[in-house]
Design a protein around this ligand. Sequence first.
Ligand code: PEP
Ligand code: MN
Length: 337
Amino acid sequence: MLIKMRPDATPEDIEYILGRVRSLGLATHVSEDHGQTVIGLLGDLRAVSEGALSGLRGVEQLLPLRAPFRLASREFRPENRTITIDGVTFGGPQIVVMAGPCSVESRDQLMRTAWAVKQAGASVLRGGAFKARTSPYSFRGLGEEGLKLLAEARSATGLLVVTEVMSPEQVSLVARYADVLQIGARNMQNFELLDAVGRARRPVLLKRGMMSTIEELLLSSEYILSNGNTDVILCERGIRTFETYTRNTLDVGAIPLLKELSHLPVIADPSHATGKASLVAAVSRAAIAAGADGLLIEVHPDPAAALSDGPQSITPQQFERLMQGAREIAQAVGRTI
Ligand code: PEP
Ligand code: MN
C-alpha cells in the first residue's frame, strides 16, 4: 500500500504517519513525487486497516499495490523513470546504444572499438573487466587494469562506460571507474550484490537471469530500489529454451510487458540473446520495434581473435550497418537514436 500525502502536508504530519505505520510493525519507504511525499508500506499489510490511516491529517489518498514488486511497479509510479547521465537519457524518446567488446583485452582493442562505436552513434562503451565465465579456465578479465582502460577510453572519446560488477566487495572499486554498474545474468539473484549496488550512487543495468521469470527480474530490481537507488535499467538478454541453434532466445514480448508492469527503462542485448553475429542486427531491429529504450551490443575489431564471445561479436563495419537499420525502425516507432 502507498500513502500519498497532500502537497501541503507538514513534516510533522509525515513523521506522525511514519510513527503510526512503524508501530504496526511495518517498514516504510519514503519518496518524493512531483513535490508530494509518498510513503510505501513494506511488510505484512494484513494488520493495517485503511480506515485507521485515511482520516489522518495530511493524507491525500491510500493506493493499494497489487504487484509483489512495489517500487518497480507502474502502480507506484505511472510515468516513465528517466535516468540521465552526462546528457545521455535512458527511458526517454531517444534510444541509447551501448556497444563495445565483451571483455576489455588491451588498450589497442578497446580504443579502436570505442572510437568506431562512437563514430557510428553509440553513446555508451561496454566492456567487461571482471568476467563471469562458465569455465574457470576461460579468460576472466583484466580486473582493475581493465577498469583503468575503460576510464581512459571514456576520457578520450566522451563515451559513458558500463561494466560488470560481480561481488559486493567490488562495488566501490567498479563505481570509481564506471558510469553504470552492470549486474550480469548469472548474478541477477545474488541478493547481497543487489543490496550493495542499491546502496551505491550509480545507475544499475540489471540483466535478466537466463532462467528467470519476469517477476523474478522485477523482484531483483526491488532489492536495488528498496535500498534507495532509483536508477535501475532492466535488460532482456535472452532466456534458455529447448532451441540449440541460438545461444538463448530473446523473449521479445518481455520488452513491452516490462514496460507495462514497470516504470523502469528496458533495454535489450541481442548479442547474448542470439549468440550469433549474423542475427544481431535483425534482433536489434525487433527489440526497437517492441519498444526497447536501448541496446547493448558486442563489437570487436577482430571477432575471430576475441578472448570471449567472439561468435556473437560484430565488427565495427557491421555495427555501422546495424545502426542504420536501427535508426529506420526507431523512426517508424516514433523514436530517435
Ligand atoms: C556480458 O554482458 O558480457 C555478459 C556476461 O552478459 P550476461 O550476464 O547477460 O551473460
Ligand atoms: Mn559477453
